[in-house]
Design a protein around this ligand. Structure first.
Ligand code: PBE
Length: 268
């Protein structure tokens, strides 16, 4: 009966994030795919989701969140993904850098750097953890760049600096994207001479900004699935510079003390 079902343990709630994010769409799809009748996906934000996770873990309560890696949560807490045999969350996801049409002609130095930029989830994790421990994103990014001069050199070697040209990067306040965008800003400003405006928006405007040309670039395009609908809509109005990170993942995440293995188990 519903009173002693798996769902009742969680109040039939999945703690989500901002409504424009791809993971909310994938989770709505998962609720359909796995026939999770009666379950509700709660809208919120990344910050509200991590706060809910923190509280649940301190009280050892059951909780299910929409999660992704890279994310500092996996370093701080003992967490696991629920298996997704129906692949509602896709397979191998990547984070891509996409730029506006004409960027190569208008800002060749920035274009070349953005095209080269590619890093690992461990590298991003160092900035995310510093931020989570209370460091401001720009400070955490600056510290990372100074501790990894070899990487910054690889990405910028031989690129001619400019003299204060303006550039706008859009991103959403997902922890992973706060980290990457501030690192790009730091390098573009300190190594290549740009003046960078980092524009924090919702996922929709992040994509439309680049497609309309109001924004020069975003390093926060999760493909092929997570932002697949945005990509379909705007792919002919922007340029994809390829992955800046591979092997990323989204899904439903629980503390490891939760005695479930698969999304399928939520139906019981
Ligand atoms: N995320 C983090 C985003 C992309 C980056 C997985 C929360 C999403 O659109 O779902």
């Amino acid at each position: 009966s519903p009173e002693n079902s798996v769902g009742s343990l969680f109040d039939y709630k999945i703690i989500g994030i901002d409504p424009g994010s791809g993971i909310m769409k994938s989770t709505a799809q998962a609720i359909q795919d796995y026939d999770l009748e009666g379950w509700t996906l709660i809208e919120g934000s990344s910050a509200a989701m991590t706060a809910a996770m923190d509280k649940a873990i301190r009280e050892e309560q059951p909780i299910i969140i929409t999660g992704w890696t890279p994310h500092w949560m996996f370093n701080k807490y003992d967490l696991k993904y629920l298996e997704d045999p129906l692949k509602s969350y896709g397979d191998a996801e990547e984070i891509h850098t996409v730029v506006r049409l004409g960027l190569a002609e208008d800002h060749p130095s920035a274009y070349e750097f953005l095209d080269r930029f590619q890093w690992s989830s461990d590298e991003m994790g160092e900035i995310m953890t510093a931020m989570q421990e209370g460091q401001a994103p720009d400070k955490a990014a600056a510290e990372w760049a100074n501790a990894h001069k070899d990487r910054v050199d690889e990405w910028t070697k031989g690129i001619a600096p400019v003299n204060g040209d303006k550039l706008t990067l859009s991103y959403v306040a997902w922890d992973s994207e706060i980290a990457s965008t501030h690192l790009l800003q730091y390098i573009l400003e300190q190594k290549l001479g740009y003046k960078v405006n980092t524009l924090q928006v919702e996922a929709g405007p992040m994509w439309t900004g680049v497609a309309s040309g109001d924004v020069d670039a975003t390093a926060a395009a999760w493909l092929p699935l997570t932002h697949g609908d945005y990509w379909e809509k705007y792919s002919d109005k922007l340029e994809d510079l390829g992955p800046n990170m591979t092997g990323v993942r989204t899904g439903l995440v629980v503390p490891s003390y939760v005695d479930l293995d698969s999304i399928e188990d939520l139906k019981k």
